[in-house]
Design a protein around this ligand. Structure first.
Ligand SMILES: Cc1cc2nc3c(=O)[nH]c(=O)nc-3n(C[C@H](O)[C@H](O)[C@H](O)COP(=O)(O)OP(=O)(O)OC[C@H]3O[C@@H](n4cnc5c(N)ncnc54)[C@H](O)[C@@H]3O)c2cc1C
Length: 387
């Protein structure tokens, strides 16, 4: 058993940490407040090879795994820049296309994902189906060699920043019952695809959208893998990377909040010469949150190692547990950080309450804590499915 990163992974971690710190949380907040995107950070991370660490070298990537991408997600978040689009574009879309795309699709999309010049976002959630993706209602109909795609998606992140969206649908002849998904790479400017921005209570430069697909015409080669049988394994191949990297982002956010809070409580003095951190009513909740974040990190890197070793089923259990643990730990860490700051905790200047919305959403998306508990109850504890 070895808990150490390799020298290359340490180098990557340190370099990403340095990049993140050059931008920092105030940059992230300023972009969010002005309605702009973190374009400079994204492009610089792309140029330095951090966005493509998990993409094969023949397509311009770093040839690493999800462990490396998790390090990138965690370190940027630990610097106060939790970028959700790392989870959708390099983690989900690049994995799906690498593992299940055709040669032509890999050549077309992966180099741009690797250098950050392209983003592909991910659309599965629908208003009626919600957590139950067997009820997905977005339907793909054949029209000659083309496909026509119709349906509605909600909460889709980053559509305004992306050239394409990976849409999960079902074919017309499988329009009800157990889902046999089909995945399409759809240009975000395709005729028939419209979007409206959702007002979210999350301070973030990344936005969520409702998507309307109204007979969006797509050529045959927009179908991932160009086979109706590719959809299910393609969809599942994106789930472990999604859970692991979103967990890494949460762990980084938790670390960031605890670091901010520890600095503050060590220096703030309101009772003579003693710091407020010397009072256990202040330091114990922080220490407790630090324990929770560190435990979650262990599970993240266990899940990433299992995934990179090709042990997908075990990675699924560990990845879900890591996502659950980190969702809770990050929310606890940020809430505790706000509390120990007192009034300063609610200001923008101290940069902790700015993360409340994001960590709260981390207990819901991309998979809710309840659906993970369902998964664990069923697959680990052998309980009957309740739904
Ligand atoms: C910030 C943010 C970004 C997002 N980005 C994307 C994106 O890029 N692409 C995308 O496709 N989606 C995205 N989503 C959607 C997200 O994945 C869903 O919100 C999430 O999966 C929950 O689905 P729902 O909102 O429909 O909740 P519902 O399914 O309506 O569930 C509501 C509540 O009921 C609980 N519940 C439902 N069924 C059960 C059950 N059987 N047992 C126990 N509890 C249950 C849920 O856990 C939840 O707490 C995003 C959401 C957010 C908040």
């Amino acid at each position: 058993m070895n808990f150490d990163l390799t020298p290359e992974q340490e180098q990557l971690r340190d370099a990403v940490r340095a990049l993140g710190r050059r931008y920092g949380h105030s940059y992230f907040v300023a972009k969010a407040k002005s309605g702009e995107h973190t374009t400079e950070l994204w492009h610089e991370a792309g140029r330095l090879g951090y966005l493509g660490v998990n993409i094969p070298t023949e397509y311009g990537g770093g040839g690493g795994g999800i462990t490396e991408l998790a390090l990138v997600c965690e370190e940027l978040a630990a610097a106060g820049c939790p970028l959700l689009l790392l989870v959708v574009s390099p983690a989900i879309a690049a994995t799906v296309i690498t593992r299940h795309g055709t040669d032509e699709q890999r050549k077309r999309y992966l180099p741009g994902l690797a250098d950050g010049s392209q983003k592909i976002v991910f659309a599965i959630t629908e208003p009626e189906a919600g957590s139950n993706f067997h009820r997905l209602g977005t339907v793909a109909r054949r029209d000659g060699d083309d496909w026509l795609l119709s349906g509605r998606k909600c909460y889709i992140s980053g559509v305004d920043e992306a050239g394409h969206v990976l849409v999960v649908a079902r074919t017309e002849d499988a329009a009800s019952g157990k889902l046999k998904p089909v995945l399409f790479v759809v240009p975000t400017d395709a005729p028939g695809l419209t979007r409206s921005k959702l007002d979210m209570e999350i301070l973030s430069p990344e936005n969520q959208f409702l998507l309307y697909l109204d007979d969006v015409r797509l050529p045959a080669d927009a179908l991932v893998g160009q086979s109706l049988d590719a959809g299910l394994p393609a969809l599942f191949s994106g789930l472990n990377p999604e859970r692991i990297t979103v967990a890494a982002m949460g762990a980084g956010t938790g670390r960031y909040a605890i670091e901010r809070a520890s600095e503050y409580t060590a220096s703030r003095k309101v009772w003579g010469g003693r710091s407020i951190g010397s009072h256990q009513g202040v330091s114990h909740p922080l220490a407790h949150a630090a324990v929770q974040v560190e435990l979650a990190r262990l599970m993240i890197y266990k899940a990433a190692s299992l995934y990179d070793a090709g042990r997908d089923l075990e990675a699924g259990v560990a990845g879900n547990m890591a996502k659950y643990a980190t969702g809770e730990a990050a929310a606890l860490a940020v809430d505790t950080a706000v509390q120990v700051h007192g009034g300063a905790g609610m200001t923008t200047e101290y940069g902790v309450a700015t993360l409340l919305g994001a960590v709260r959403a981390g207990r819901i998306a991309p998979v809710s804590r309840e659906m993970i508990l369902n998964f664990v109850a069923q697959h680990v504890l052998g309980q009957d499915k309740s739904y």
